[in-house]
Design a protein around this ligand. Structure first.
Ligand code: HDD
Length: 734
């Protein structure tokens, strides 16, 4: 088609022609993004449909209607005269407004708030003896899309609330899609999916005022978990530092349920899936999490996207704990069908079977992150479900919810949901049918479409249901095994596996959350649950609440702690960590440049914080004292001792003088204080050492001073490997 030039409209007086800016010269269409090249729409016979296969949102350089008609104006509605009413015939106006009116779809009923990335999964080949799943073969690369989420909050809620995180991965394998729809916590609130609506109703905001948003610190949540004590295990994980991850890149993931693998000989084994982050498992402090909710509610989402954009691709190893598929389906006495229980890694080590790398941000949030639809029943040949009653209910729920959320049964045809394996199903029609199916016989057997499609056997990669035995004399009952009644021994195991500093955080979380509960009886009932977990935990929380600590009603067990559950006392790669550097115009430019280079070369991100924007000490300031807060970085380096701005405080009347502090910009004092309180490593050189002294701090645990910036950064990097200066936290236990 030829380009049109802007022409005067014939017969129209120029005075009534709306003033429209001349269009800019067409620059050519936007280049295709790799993720817009969705797999082909496949017909039942496998023949091409003739329909465009790419899912490009934009083609060509000109603005068009949805029908491809080019437009010359999108800013003025068609009116009867310049001051007249708008005309019903303005198709473009109606199309634009109508589409806008329908831009939103219902958010997910749970896990509404999420962030996602594309990537690749590479099999190690170590699972070959366990499963025929082809994507686990050595060196086999499979495209993936991973969506992380919080559970309770709405789509616009803050990232760093105390909550479980979803960790859902779609593997586009050539044998069909595999969705591993897990969480960052290996146990679940309930043992049977029939209670899922109940636990979610209890966790969501109260129905009368719709508060609090994205919080478990309220009456209905604690009412539920204190009455359904099977929820105590998951709740303890939530109250631990796992409930407030430092980054989505620094979380473990778990398939939670036990799954069944089938190998080429038809032998089965039971497994639990684990994702192990290369960067280790790290958390925020509760004060940081709360500050971030106000200062940067998109903290986790931004961190993930920034890291990928910077080339610091997050990686996780997929691993399995493997158990024999015995009729009892237990391991070391632990029921493998009870999703509120773990098998400690010390009893069954996690064996790595592949590597996930997230290396590409989505192009369009709605098209990809919002419209992606996972389903725990999307399984390739070689992986099957077990009879876990929680999983069984999920197998129903996930398709069902998409029908409302994505507007019909054809959501599998949305580009992000399309399998990369050829699709040749007998599903037809329905809302938003995008495929142009040919043939006349979508049924089997048929004699009209040449019998097509055909069934496959195991040799052609068909999914074969594992022929598992069901108890021969099973009676129809609404009941569960007696082992499911043990609600406390594993919670105690988790508690005993924590270091004192982690236990202290848990005590404070319970005290905070229960402190927000109004009903006395709920607090008392939850204290009773804590008494059945541990007397110290119970009495510390009771003291915080000003209530008596009850006596346990269960006999306390004596489980062997599982050190693998603790996040403290290990060393991890520091890649992608952020180092704040306070400088001013007096900081030595050469030294600052060397420092930034050293940080960058170590794989970390320097963040220069200065009194003003623009260039400072030869470097562009990335933050000013007005825009920076400690939550943004993992360690602080001080290379300056800036005086307060002249107008920082017009009058100091009423303020008890802390003479030296008053000589330092109060925002720098706040940065130092917060970093100290959050047990972050702090380093200072040159004038920065004066700043430290003025703020009232000296070299000591986790605080280093040195003559040169280079020496300072080396010490701080060493400290960062432990994530925090743990010794700095006070503990009342242990
Ligand atoms: Fe679920 C979404 C994880 C139990 C019903 N779930 C959802 C997501 C994750 C999980 C990560 C978000 C997926 C995404 O990013 O789109 N859910 C879990 C885990 C569970 C679990 C690890 C227990 C081990 N879920 C569970 C039960 C039910 C559901 C027992 C219902 C009986 N879950 C849903 C849902 C959602 C969902 C209502 C909401 C949006 C969606 O499915 O696509 O169907």
């Amino acid at each position: 088609m030829e380009d049109f030039a802007m022409q005067p409209i014939p017969g129209r007086p120029s005075s009534s022609t709306p003033t429209v800016d001349e269009p800019t010269e067409p620059q050519g269409p936007l280049s295709d993004k790799p993720d817009q090249a969705a797999p082909d729409v496949i017909t039942p016979t496998g023949a091409p449909t003739g329909a465009p296969t790419a899912a490009n949102g934009q083609q060509g350089a000109h603005l068009t209607t949805s029908q491809g008609v080019r437009l010359r104006d999108s800013d003025h509605s068609l009116k009867a005269g310049e001051r007249g009413p708008s005309l019903l015939q303005d198709h473009h106006l109606r199309e634009k407004i109508t589409h806008f009116d329908h831009e939103r779809i219902p958010e997910r009923v749970v896990h509404a708030r999420g962030a996602a990335a594309h990537g690749v999964f590479e099999g190690y080949g170590t699972a070959d003896r366990l499963t025929v799943a082809g994507f686990l073969r050595k060196g086999r690369q499979t495209p993936v899309f991973t969506r992380f989420s919080t559970v309770l909050g709405s789509r616009g809620s803050a990232d760093t609330v105390r909550d479980t995180r979803g960790f859902a991965t779609k593997f586009y394998t050539d044998e069909g899609t595999f969705d591993l729809v897990g969480n960052n916590i290996p146990v679940f609130f309930i043992q049977d999916g029939i209670k899922f609506p109940d636990v979610i109703h209890a966790g969501k905001p109260h129905p009368d005022r719709e508060i609090p948003q994205a919080q478990s610190a309220h009456d209905t949540f604690w009412d539920f978990v204190s009455l359904h004590t099977e929820g105590q295990a998951h709740t303890m994980w939530n109250m631990s530092d796992r409930g407030i991850p430092r980054s989505l890149r620094m979380m473990e993931g778990f398939g939670v349920h036990t799954f069944r693998l089938i190998n080429a000989e038809g032998e089965t084994s039971l497994v639990k899936f684990h994702w192990k982050p290369k960067l280790g498992v790290h958390s925020l402090t509760w004060e940081e999490a709360q500050l971030i909710s106000g200062m940067d509610p998109d903290f986790h989402r931004r961190d993930l996207a920034d890291a990928i954009e910077a080339g610091a691709y997050p990686q996780w190893e997929l691993g399995v704990q493997v158990f024999p598929d015995t009729p009892e389906q237990t391991f070391e006495g632990i029921d493998l069908l009870d999703p509120t229980k773990i098998i400690p890694e010390e009893l069954a080590p996690v064996q790595p079977i592949g590597l996930l790398t997230l290396d590409r941000n989505p192009t369009n949030y709605f098209a990809e992150t919002e419209q992606v639809a996972f389903h725990p029943g999307n399984l390739p040949p070689g992986i099957d479900v077990t009879d876990d009653a929680l999983l069984q209910a999920r197998l129903f729920s996930y398709i069902d919810t998409q029908i409302t959320r994505l507007g019909g049964p054809n959501f599998g045809q949305i580009p992000i949901n399309r399998p990369h394996a050829p699709v040749n199903d007998m599903l037809r029609d329905g809302f938003h049918q995008d495929a142009v199916h040919s043939g006349v016989a979508p049924y089997k057997p048929n004699s009209l479409d040449g019998g097509c499609p055909f069934f496959a056997g195991a040799d052609d990669h068909a999914f074969i249901d594992a022929p598992t035995k069901i108890a021969a004399e099973a009676t129809k009952v609404r009941a569960q095994p007696a082992s499911f009644d043990d609600h406390f021994s594993q919670v105690r195991l988790f508690w005993l596996s924590m270091t004192p500093v982690e236990q202290e955080h848990i005590i404070r979380s319970y005290t905070f959350e229960l402190g927000k509960v109004y009903e006395q009886s709920i607090k008392e009932r939850q204290l009773l649950a804590l008494a059945n977990i541990d007397p110290v935990l119970c009495s510390e929380v009771a003291t915080g609440l000003g209530l008596p600590a009850p006596e346990p009603t269960e006999t306390l067990t004596d489980p062997e702690p599982s050190p693998a559950l603790s996040q403290v006392g290990k060393e991890w790669p520091v890649d992608g960590r952020i180092v704040g550097i306070v400088v001013d115009d007096d900081t030595d430019a050469g030294e600052l440049d060397d420092l930034r280079t050293a940080i960058d070369e170590a794989g970390l991100v320097p963040l220069v914080i200065a009194p003003h924007g623009g260039n400072v000490a030869g470097t562009p300031a990335q933050r000013t004292f007005a825009t920076s807060r400690s939550i943004e970085f993992d360690a602080l380096l001080l290379g300056a001792s800036p005086a307060p701005a002249p107008d920082a405080l017009a009058s100091r009347d009423g303020k008890a003088g802390v003479a030296d502090r008053d000589d330092l910009d109060p925002r720098v004092v706040l940065l130092i204080e917060e970093c100290f309180r959050q047990a972050k490593a702090i380093g200072a050189w040159g004038a920065g050492s004066d700043a430290l002294a003025k703020a009232g701090y000296q070299a000591g645990t986790g605080i280093v001073t040195a003559d040169s910036a280079q020496q300072t950064v080396e010490s701080v990097l060493e400290l960062l490997a432990a994530h925090r200066v743990w010794e700095r936290f006070a503990t009342s236990v242990g």
